[in-house]
Design a protein around this ligand. Structure first.
Ligand SMILES: NC(=O)c1ccc[n+]([C@@H]2O[C@H](COP(=O)([O-])OP(=O)(O)OC[C@H]3O[C@@H](n4cnc5c(N)ncnc54)[C@H](OP(=O)(O)O)[C@@H]3O)[C@@H](O)[C@H]2O)c1
Length: 160
């Protein structure tokens, strides 16, 4: 079965961003994100897409409610615009894919994803975007991998 994984960097207080942007700059975590997602489709909200743009080597599936939305693209960008999470899920059916945020899209996808890959960031910054609560009733921690300045934790959905 293919995996659908939410990948996020999450502070101790659940913050993932502020004012549409990230609130830390941890190059090692960006490298981890790049290595992990390379070659796989990524589902993201329109706000997150506008913050980071199209990333090379990965198809971006951008979710917006706006029927007129036209992304700002340059030649070679691999971007598909969809208008619901269901449509995004259809786009990646049968592939190992990632949900890459932001807060609204992580929340909407929480019942759909099979895995969570969380970079725990040892900070408590102010912010207005948060990762959803990870309920241990539904999620089992299956791996904890300390890195330089953060820890990558894998969760698998518990069998119903
Ligand atoms: N730390 C991390 O790992 C990480 C990762 C990614 C993002 N972030 C942070 O997260 C923040 C952005 O998160 P956000 O929640 O504000 O925005 P977001 O989830 O990236 O995008 C929100 C937009 O997605 C569209 N949307 C949301 N739900 C939808 C649905 N059910 N159907 C159709 N379209 C839907 C809407 O677009 P329209 O308005 O166009 O309709 C909505 O305005 C930023 O601060 C960013 O830096 C952090």
């Amino acid at each position: 079965m293919s995996h659908l994984t939410s990948i996020a960097a999450v502070a101790r207080n659940g913050v993932i961003g502020a004012d549409g942007d990230m609130v830390w700059n941890i190059p090692e975590d960006f490298k981890h994100f790049k290595r992990t997602t390379m070659g796989h489709p990524m589902i993201m909200g329109r706000t997150t897409f506008e913050g980071m743009g199209a990333l090379p080597g990965r198809r971006s599936i951008v979710v917006t409610r706006s029927p007129e939305y036209v992304p700002n693209l340059t030649k070679g960008d691999d971007v598909v615009v969809v208008h619901s999470l269901d449509e995004a899920l259809e786009e990646v059916a049968g592939e190992d894919a990632f949900v890459v945020g932001g807060a609204q899209i992580y929340e909407a996808a929480m019942d759909e994803v099979t895995h969570l890959l969380i970079s725990e960031i040892p900070l408590e910054p102010e912010g207005d975007a948060h990762f959803p609560t990870i309920d241990p009733k539904h999620w089992r921690e299956s791996d904890r991998d300390p890195r330089d300045g953060f820890t990558v934790v894998t969760y698998e959905r518990r069998e119903a």
